[in-house]
Design a protein. Structure first.
Length: 356
């Protein structure tokens, strides 16, 4: 397992494709948790673990992309690069959330939210400041666009990486990983699951999840744990979905903790070492590019969907069609966002940085 293996572009394409699969799974999970609140009866009841896969994948990719050049590029340019990559969709997702909050066709704007408070909700959203105050939105840390909670922790991880982690030797990162593992086990045991971080009451659980996942991904890269295999994109997608769709167990928290601590780093190592067939190369590229827009723009629809269910109480057949059509439309909308907003805005911001 040579470090030279990492230089092949195909490994990025496989991992990008898996990121897209994980994003699609998250959207499906968000639909289904509104329909079936009992996760043990939900066919994708562990779909929230896709976020932990994102965290692990992020640690691997950031280490790959910046370990060798962050020293020369400087901290300021590193942070600017990350802001250009991440923040346009944070802003757009918050704008969409604001539109849904004010003009939800099935649920009126919650009482007591005047111009001042709504402005505060919007500003905290685009500035990535957790502000869990809207009980009607399940006290999400980011009331207008719930998925921003994981981006908040991504920002924290990027800041810590830029300030410290990239400088640390592997043995020190291993010590930090052990500490993070203890924290993750504590969270899983006390909470009974691994899904915290999105709400005010579970805020610090998100810190435990990003700490372990990001460090584990970094160490997969640092130790060149690249496992050559012939599973390909389809095989690895099946393995990823198996974790997100596994049944609930008596010791469910232990199964989820094991997936996060061992299975996801293994999948990243396998994804980095898998061969990519030319027939699915375009699909992997498409899914990779679509994953972030899909993740950051879908949740407004979830709030509307929840209001529709409460108001009209459709039967199972209607719900099935709504979810299927909703998934297709959300993918199409994410593609439009990618083409018309995210890509051109990032290109423009990058050109401004080049001219400065």
């Amino acid at each position: 397992m040579s470090g030279d293996v990492l230089k092949s572009k195909q490994h990025y394409e496989i991992l990008d494709g898996l990121r897209g699969v994980a994003a699609f799974a998250v959207v499906t999970f968000h639909f289904m948790e509104i329909v079936i609140s009992d996760y043990s009866r939900n066919f994708i009841g562990h779909g929230f673990l896709a976020v932990d896969f994102f965290f692990c994948l992020s640690g691997f990719v950031i280490a790959y992309a910046y370990d060798s050049r962050i020293g020369s590029m400087g901290l300021k340019q590193f942070f600017i690069s990350r802001l250009i990559r991440l923040h346009p969709l944070v802003v757009l997702g918050t704008v969409l959330g604001l539109i849904g909050f004010l003009w939800d066709p099935f649920t009126p704007t919650p009482a007591g939210y005047g111009v001042g408070k709504i402005t505060l909700l919007f500003l905290t959203g685009i500035l990535m400041i957790p502000y869990p105050v809207v009980a009607e939105r399940w006290l999400n840390n980011f009331n207008l666009n719930a998925p921003s909670w994981s981006l908040f922790w991504e920002y924290v991880a990027n800041i810590v990486y830029g300030l410290l982690l990239w400088k640390l030797p592997r043995r020190v990162l291993l010590v930090l990983l052990c500490i993070a593992a203890a924290g993750l086990v504590y969270v899983g045991y006390t909470a009974g699951n691994m899904m915290g971080g999105w709400s005010g009451g579970t805020f610090w659980q998100g810190g435990a999840r990003i700490s372990y996942g990001f460090l584990a991904g970094m160490l997969v890269y640092r130790y060149h744990i690249i496992i050559s295999n012939k599973l390909g994109f389809i095989g690895l997608s099946v393995l990823l979905l198996a974790a997100l769709m596994m049944p609930h167990f008596k010791y469910n928290w232990l199964a989820e903790t094991g997936v996060v601590m061992l299975y996801f780093p293994l999948l990243v190592a396998l994804g980095a070492g898998a061969g990519l067939h030319s027939a699915v190369q375009g699909l992997c590229n498409f899914l990779g590019k679509l994953s972030y827009p899909l993740y950051m723009t879908h949740y407004m629809v979830m709030f509307v969907f929840s209001g529709y269910l409460l108001k009209y109480k459709p039967d199972n057949a209607q719900i099935t069609w709504i979810v299927i059509i909703g998934l297709i439309l959300l993918v199409g909308f994410a593609w439009l966002v990618m083409v018309l907003f995210d890509t051109p805005v990032r290109k423009y911001l990058t050109s401004l940085r080049g001219n400065s």
